[in-house]
Design a protein around this ligand. Sequence first.
Ligand code: DP6
Length: 403
Amino acid sequence: MANKSQNWILMATAQTPTNIAVIKYWGKRDETLILPINDSISVTLDPDHLCTTTTVAVSRSFEKDRMWLNGKEISLSGGRYQSCLREIRSRANDVEDEERGIHILKQDWEKLHVHIASYNNFPTAAGLASSAAGFACLVFALAKLMNVKEDQGKLSAIARQGSGSACRSLYGGFVKWVMGNDVNGSDSVAVQLANDTHWDDLVIIVAVVSSRQKETSSTTGMRESVETSALLYHRSKEVVPKRILQMEEAIQNRDFPSFAQLACADSNQFHAVCLDTCPPIFYMNDTSHRQVLIISYIEKWNRSEGTPQFIRVGKESMLNVGTKVSYWMFYVLGDKSILQDAGIEAMKDVEALPPPPEIKGNIPSQKYKGDVSYFICTRPGRGPVLLADESLALLHPKTGMPK
Ligand code: DP6
């Protein structure tokens, strides 16, 4: 490396959405490469409401790779971080900035250390796929910093090695994670089914029933399901392949009744697999009475509508019921008008809960008088973007430390 100045810090900042599965990924055929036993489909959620922002920086003065998540330093020693860093580094290219005297050669990236700062604009413990947005953002930002020329599909296969669901956050709109066949995972990638403008009157309302971390992590839970659930085997072989085709068709045709019916059936089967696991996983029971109440409301809505659409007032909308369903009392994130349009004020008899610790001090000003504590009102959104405005960086441009 021949640099005019040794004090340079080169940075890139990206913003990446989270996603919510409507046909769920549950079960791996390879734990290290994170290869699934079935295809899955998700909707990318609008990053204006829920997203991860990540700044990555490189400098000759950095002594080791370091990462801060929501302001706290975390270890990068885990296999999943190491896989993503290794895969991205191996695809890095030369980077030149004549003006700043920066000349990084392809082979230099193996020796250079990075600093990473990541921030979720939603509570990590709410179970809202923070790992999906997080690993997608890490991989996307590092790829930009290191001048990686691979397309989004290839990047999705790297993000997948951080967390399976992360591969779907490399695209906006409606996304399929193709399980693939290769033993090395090269064809286990995300593909976009439709972009975020395809179905612009679809809204998504996530009712957050608990901000507590799930008692069984997805990783452990799905491993136990693979080992013990005969229903999961049947699901992956017989049910999901047909459902994937039906869901793709429902999305292409913007057929809301089919879309909602398939998503609901899939979510229920996912919970059935959890119960069929030994020992059983009670995602539904973690917040039992509140979730049951929400489900009974959904059933009531369904019956009154006569079709499987959960809520349909003005705009087409859907209340998802899955592990990622979660809520806080009275508070609304995202676009409140979506909730009002959906007529949520019908829910009256849930006891108020205090706001979860993560949002204390940062409680959204919109206080909603109703029963469900916290709704996230959102819609399909765009994929990852690079933030050119340096003032949005999470690392200090002079020190490379968190701001
Ligand atoms: C229920 O992607 O969090 O949300 O690959 O082990 O990191 P790992 O699991 P993760 O699992 C998500 C499971 C799910 C369904 C889905 O998002 O498809």
